[in-house]
Design a protein around this ligand. Structure first.
Ligand code: UDP
Length: 240
């Protein structure tokens, strides 16, 4: 029997920055463990969870391109490799608490992880395994937010849940303006026309074109990941 939650299959996007927490070592194991526990609690309910991990905690191509003659494509390949490190770390953490987890990479690293094969990813999810998609889209000049939108559409997940370090999308910068309001809902058009820095344009338009709602929420608040996955009200919902 199918659970009666809002979503049956979700795509959770975890940025590198969120994984870092306040740990100087790029990854905070308290955070990966918190993610693993919350994901475990929802997979037990029968909700299928795929994850796209970022890499910004280790290497961001755009900020390195140009330095020491590093061209953008090479810098981006290093960035994609960074996401694989995060993916392996998160996989190990998940499996340490008994959640079967597969990593699939957008380019081949077959000694380390499976290559991305759409049907195989879906099969893993149907069997109750968590699938972590690493190496972004496999192409330079893209982001892992775009990878999240792309994989979400490919595997027919119903929503992109973007876990960040802020409570959601505000009408102004909450660090500068104490009266900034958290917006509960937004249309795609509002995000793109007001240039709200939610996701890059490629990612948000890909969601819009495929009618994929996006929930932006704070991962550092305990319980939020499982709430978001269960479709409970949290953060900002972008759609329509
Ligand atoms: N990247 C890329 N193509 C992709 C996804 C990522 O080239 O499809 C590279 C890019 O250099 C990016 C880095 O990988 O800066 C890390 O990804 P991202 O910045 O999206 O991570 P996040 O901001 O989520 O931590």
């Amino acid at each position: 029997s199918r659970p009666s939650y809002k979503w049956q299959r979700v795509l959770l996007k975890v940025s590198g920055e969120a994984l870092a927490g306040d740990n100087m070592q790029n990854i905070d194991p308290k955070i990966t463990m918190a993610i693993a526990r919350e994901v475990a609690s929802v997979t037990r309910l029968g909700i299928e969870v795929a994850i796209v991990v970022g890499g910004g905690n280790i290497f961001r191509g755009s900020s390195w391109a140009g330095s020491s003659g590093l061209d953008r494509s090479s810098a981006d390949y290093i960035g994609m490799l960074a996401t694989v490190m995060n993916a392996i770390f998160l996989q190990a953490t998940m499996e340490s608490i008994g959640i079967p987890t597969r990593v699939q990479t957008a380019f081949r690293m077959s000694e380390v992880a499976e290559p991305y094969i759409r049907r195989r990813a879906v099969r893993h999810l149907e069997k109750g395994r968590v699938v972590i998609f690493a190496a972004g889209t496999g192409n330079p000049f893209f982001t892992t937010d775009t990878a999240a939108a792309l994989r979400c559409a490919e595997i027919n997940a119903e929503v992109v849940l973007k876990a960040t370090n802020v409570d959601g999308v505000y009408d102004d910068d909450p660090r500068c303006n104490p009266n900034a309001r958290l917006l509960e809902t937004l249309t795609y058009h509002e995000v793109t026309s007001k240039d709200l820095s939610v996701m890059d344009m490629t990612a948000i338009t890909l969601c819009q074109e495929n009618n994929i709602p996006v929930v932006v929420f704070n991962l550092s608040k305990s319980g939020n990941i499982s709430k978001a996955i269960k479709g409970e009200r949290v953060g900002t919902l972008i759609g329509g």
